[in-house]
Design a protein around this ligand. Structure first.
Ligand code: ACO
Length: 455
C-alpha cells in the first residue's frame, strides 16, 4: 500500500482583518446583510506590501520550518493561484529561492479561478503514486488575494495561502479511484480587464454554476464510490466530514442542503424506500435548474440538513467565515480548519472520511475523498503533529481587527500599484502589522523585478 496523501498543512492569512458587522455599518447596508445574508464574520485583506508571491513565500517557508523539511527533500512544487503578477513568470519560480542547492523540482503554476490549487494537488497525488516518483516530497501551494470592486461582491473578498506536503504513508490518504470531475465553458467569473485587479463577475450566474458543478460531481462521485465499494450505498451523510470551496458560508450551507435534495431525487428515480414527506413530489421531478431560486424548497432543505451541516461542515467552515474567500486556498483553508478543530479535540480518528468539493469559475470542479489513517508512532507526520503546528484558531483570534476604512485604503493602494508600473515602492504600512515570518514586497525595480524581505 502506497497510502499517498497529505502529510502536513500550513496556512497563512494577514495579521489585519475587519469584522463584517462593522463593514455592514460602514457600507450603509441593512444590518445582517453580510453576517446573516452571506454568513460571514470577518474579512482578511492586505495592501500593496503583499502580493501573491509574498503570500506563497510566507506559507512555504513556514511549512519547511515547522516540519523541518530540508530543501533537498522536495522533488515537486506546484502552485495554484488566480492572482497573477508577472503572467509568464510563475510564482513557483519565485519560490525556488527557498530551495538552495536543489534546482531539480518539477511543477509550475496552474491557473483556473479557484480550482488551480486542486489541479496542483491532483497532479502531486498522481506524481507520488506513479512509477516516475523519485521518493521525494511534493509541495502544493494555493495562494490568492480575493479583491472585488466596490459593490455587492466586495464583502466576499479575502486573502490567504495554504501549503500542503504530499507523500506516501500519509495520515490523510487519497484514493485515485474515488474522485469525480466536471468541466464546462461558462462565463460566470473571469479577469479580462488587465487594467484592474478585480474580476468581471456575474454573482447570480456564479451561484448557479457552483450548484450545477456540485450536482454533476456529487452524482459521479457517489457512483464511483459505489463501484469501488460493492454493496455499499453513498449519500450526503456517508462521510463524517465535508469540505467545500467557500466563497461565503451561506452558499456552502445551501449547497450542502441540495445534496439532501439530490439524494431524495435519486431515491425516487430508483424507486428505493419511502419518499421524504417534507419534499413535494413535484420538486423531485422538476429540472434541477428550475429549483435553484425556489425559496420554499430552500427552507425545507435547510431544516432537513441543519444538524448534519453543523456536524459535518461546521468546523471546516469556521476559518473561511473569519477570513473570507481565499479563492484557490479556500478549500484548503476548510481542510486546515477541520484538522485544527476536530483534530484538536482528538476526534479526527482512523477510518473517518472527508469528502472535498472544489469549484473554480469558468468552470472546473472536482470531488474527492480523504481518509484518516493511523500512522506509526515514529512517523514524522501525523494528525496530532498537524494540530500542533497549525494552531489556526489561536492565530486567527490573535489578528488585529481594524476599521473597515482600512479595507478601502488597502485596496486603493493595490489599485494604484496595479496602474503605476515600474519602479514602485509599497506605501501600505507593514511595520508592526505583520506576523513574524511574513514576507513582504520591498519594491518593483525599474526593470519590473520584484524583491522580497521577511519580518
Ligand atoms: N439580513 C439578513 N439577510 C439579508 C439582509 C439582511 N439585512 N439583506 C440581504 N440579505 C440576504 C438576502 O436575502 C440574500 O439571501 P439569499 O441568498 O438566501 O437569497 C443574501 O443576503 C444575499 O443578498 P443578495 O441581495 O441576494 O445578493 P448581493 O447583491 O448582496 O450579492 C453575491 C451577493 C452575489 C454573493 C455577491 O457578493 C457576489 O457577486 N460575490 C462574488 C461572487 C461569488 O462569490 N460567487 C460564488 C461562487 S464563485 C466564486 O467562488 C468566486
Amino acid at each position: 500500500e502506497k497510502n499517498v496523501g497529505i502529510l502536513a498543512i500550513e496556512v497563512y492569512t494577514p495579521c489585519t482583518y475587519i469584522s463584517q458587522e462593522d463593514l455592514e455599518e460602514h457600507s450603509g447596508v441593512s444590518k445582517g446583510k453580510f453576517t446573516i445574508g452571506l454568513g460571514q464574520e470577518g474579512l482578511g485583506f492586505c495592501g500593496d506590501a503583499e502580493d501573491v508571491n509574498s503570500l506563497a513565500l510566507t506559507v512555504v517557508h513556514s511549512l519547511l520550518e515547522k516540519y523541518q523539511i530540508d530543501p533537498t527533500e522536495v522533488g515537486r512544487l506546484e502552485v495554484g493561484t488566480e492572482t497573477l503578477v508577472d503572467k509568464s513568470k510563475s510564482t513557483k519560480t519565485v519560490l525556488m529561492d527557498l530551495f538552495p542547492g536543489n534546482s531539480e523540482i518539477e511543477g509550475a503554476t496552474v491557473i483556473n479561478a479557484c480550482y488551480g490549487g486542486t489541479a496542483a494537488l491532483l497532479n502531486a497525488f498522481a506524481w507520488v503514486e506513479s512509477e516516475g516518483w523519485d521518493g521525494r516530497f511534493a509541495i502544493v501551494v494555493a495562494a490568492d488575494i480575493a479583491a472585488y470592486a466596490r459593490g455587492s461582491a466586495r464583502p466576499t473578498s479575502g486573502c490567504g495561502a495554504v501549503a500542503c506536503l504530499i507523500g506516501r504513508d500519509a495520515p490523510l490518504v487519497f484514493d485515485p479511484r474515488e474522485k469525480a470531475t466536471y468541466a464546462a465553458n461558462v462565463w460566470d467569473f473571469f479577469k479580462p480587464d488587465h487594467s484592474v485587479e478585480y474580476p468581471t463577475v456575474d454573482g447570480k450566474l456564479s451561484q448557479d454554476c457552483y450548484y450545477q458543478a456540485l450536482e454533476a460531481v456529487y452524482t459521479r462521485f457517489c457512483d464511483k464510490l459505489c463501484k469501488n465499494n460493492p454493496g455499499m450505498d453513498f449519500n450526503a451523510s456517508s462521510h463524517e466530514y465535508v469540505v467545500m470551496h467557500a466563497p461565503y458560508n451561506k452558499l456552502v450551507s445551501k449547497s450542502f442542503g441540495r445534496l439532501f435534495f439530490l439524494d431524495a431525487r435519486k431515491q425516487k428515480k430508483e424507486g428505493k424506500g419511502e419518499d421524504n414527506p417534507a419534499i413535494d413530489t413535484e420538486w423531485l421531478t422538476k429540472p434541477l435548474t428550475e429549483t435553484y431560486t425556489d425559496k420554499a424548497l430552500e427552507k425545507v432543505l435547510k431544516t432537513l440538513s441543519k444538524d448534519s451541516f453543523d456536524q459535518r461542515l461546521g468546523d471546516a467552515n469556521m476559518a473561511s467565515k473569519m477570513v473570507g474567500n481565499t479563492y484557490t486556498a479556500s478549500v484548503f483553508f476548510g481542510l486546515a480548519s477541520l484538522v485544527d478543530r476536530v483534530g484538536g479535540r482528538g476526534e479526527l480518528t482512523a477510518g473517518k472520511s472527508i469528502a472535498v468539493f472544489s469549484y473554480g469559475s469558468g468552470a472546473i470542479a472536482s470531488m474527492y475523498r480523504l481518509s484518516v489513517r493511523e500512522v506509526a508512532k515514529s512517523s514524522r507526520f501525523s494528525i496530532p503533529k498537524m494540530v500542533e503546528a497549525l494552531k489556526l484558531m489561536d492565530r486567527l483570534q490573535s489578528r488585529d481587527k481594524v476599521h473597515p476604512s482600512e479595507l478601502d485604503l488597502a485596496l486603493e493602494t493595490r489599485a494604484r500599484m496595479h496602474r503605476a508600473g515600474a519602479p514602485y515602492s509599497p506605501v501600505y504600512p507593514t511595520v508592526g502589522r505583520m506576523f513574524p515570518g511574513t514576507y513582504y514586497l520591498n519594491g518593483i525595480d525599474s526593470k519590473w523585478r520584484r524583491s522580497y524581505s521577511r519580518v
